[in-house]
Design a protein around this ligand. Structure first.
Ligand code: SF4
Length: 450
């Protein structure tokens, strides 16, 4: 007679809700926290109602982001009442506790252990490895077909408008083999696009002396070019964000021309006037940068460039602003975001003289956006009539697919719309002909599979 074990009944798992605010880097932190909690047997609650505790992962980059974070904490307190706060704004525990004395715990950015401990205190885990299985790629908050891969934390710069280095510390890179192992796991789990992020992606590995690590029988340096070359061996789109134009960025362009990495660079230029860049404490040779952009485009003509800028920085004169507009016209970037300068508590720029009046910032922002819209529209028109690969993100009720080509990152750039795309689903890769464009989006028709 065989010995049988009675079937084990699962114990009810404690449920954690999460509100994730801020940038993709914060989203990656949320994913890591949830992956760890899920591994311990917690369930993720999609609503406040069902959650035993709610995590609010905050952003504290700008004062407006802090206000939004406080509002989110308030909502979670009102809707659920058992709230743990983490993320960038966690560095300002007093502000949070002044507003919401009953939050269960406040932890700062990257304090994964502390967040998990706070969750344990609030609602102990009911782990049962027999029932609680985590998919090997972890828990993702992005759609299944794309994922952010954070290659480093912190930053060695000290831009005067930014408090990230004081909140997140100096550069700390993840060794190349760790990043590659994560990337490979994600691709095996069905991810089609990996978005490489960090505060300063070009600086990757500097803190580790670009140390070599063993990966698949090869020695790989913990350095951006070498990492990209290895990532390029995976069957996925590799997209690079927050790349500062250090000299070695030139090495990436041939990899883009070869198709190893998407010909897309997100470079936060922030300004073009040497005076303003100096006040921002950023390198200021934008003429040289223009020459490099032209050289990159010669090697890789399809290169798409995205950037962000700040207008109305303290001391910015009309002359500085015009210089910025002229540079923009010369650089012909494909996609651009623009922020009006805001003081951030604790940032050095707050104490600079000659703050720009709000109405001037507003007026410059409109002029900037108008100028860039014309440039973007021109750039997008040049793509009409070309055949492109589109990664589908969503299909709407009318059967129109919405997706992106190599030149559009999710959330921040435009969209490619393809009508009569019934039968397609998120994550599908299709070939389409671009038929029309405005200043943000493209319209395309599906081409038959050959
Ligand atoms: S490079 Fe400048 S803006 Fe970016 S995180 Fe570092 S200090 Fe902040």
């Amino acid at each position: 007679m065989r010995n049988t074990t009675p079937a084990k009944k699962p114990r009810p798992a404690p449920k954690v809700g999460i509100v994730s605010l801020g940038c993709p880097k914060a989203l990656v932190d949320s994913e890591r926290i949830l992956t760890r909690l899920r591994a311990e047997g917690y369930e993720i609650s999609p609503s406040y109602d069902g959650a035993d505790v709610v995590l609010v992962n905050t952003c504290g980059f700008l004062d407006s982001a802090k206000a939004e974070s406080l509002e989110a904490i308030g909502e979670a307190m009102a809707e659920n009442g058992r709230v743990i706060v983490t993320g960038c704004m966690g560095a300002e525990a007093d502000t949070i506790r002044d507003a919401y004395p009953d939050v269960l715990a406040v932890t700062g950015p990257h304090q994964y252990e502390a967040v998990v401990e706070a969750v344990h205190d609030a609602v102990p885990p009911a782990h049962d490895p027999f029932f609680d299985l985590v998919p090997p790629q972890g828990i993702k908050l992005t759609p299944r077909h794309y994922a952010y891969v954070k290659i480093a934390e912190g930053c060695n710069h000290s831009c005067s408008f930014c408090i990230i280095p004081s909140m997140r510390g100096k550069l700390q890179s993840r060794p190349a083999h760790h990043v590659l192992a994560e990337a490979e796991r994600l691709v095996k789990a069905g991810v089609k696009e990996l978005l490489v992020i960090s505060q300063d992606t070009s600086a990757y590995g500097l803190d580790l002396g670009y140390a070599e690590r063993s990966w698949r029988g090869r020695q790989v340096r913990t350095r951006l070019t070498e990492l990209c070359r290895e990532l390029g061996e995976l069957d996925a789109w590799i997209r690079l964000h927050y790349v500062y134009p250090y000299p070695h960025v030139d090495e990436l362009i041939p990899l883009m021309a070869e198709g190893k990495v998407l010909p897309y660079l997100d470079i936060p230029f922030q300004h073009a006037s040497p005076r303003v860049l100096k006040a921002m404490r950023r390198p200021g040779n934008q003429e040289r940068v223009l020459e490099r952009i032209r050289a990159w485009r010669k090697i890789c003509p399809e290169l798409a460039l995205r950037s962000t800028f700040i207008v109305g920085f303290p001391g910015e004169t009309e002359e500085d602003f015009r210089q910025l507009l002229d540079w923009l016209e010369a650089a012909e970037l494909d996609r651009v975001g623009c922020f009006k300068y805001e003081n951030v508590e604790g940032a050095a720029a707050n104490h600079l003289p000659n703050h720009v009046p709000e109405e001037v910032k507003e007026e410059r922002w409109h002029r900037f956006m108008q100028a860039q819209q014309e440039i973007s529209a021109r750039r997008l028109q040049q793509r009409v009539g070309t055949m492109v690969e589109v990664l589908i993100d969503a299909i709407d009720e009318e059967g129109t697919a919405h997706g992106r080509t190599y030149a559009e990152a999710p959330e921040i750039d435009g969209t490619v719309h393809i009508e009569e795309a019934q039968g397609l689903g998120p994550g599908d890769m299709v070939t389409a002909l671009i038929e029309d464009a405005d200043e943000y989006d493209l319209w395309a028709t599906l081409l038959p599979v050959s």
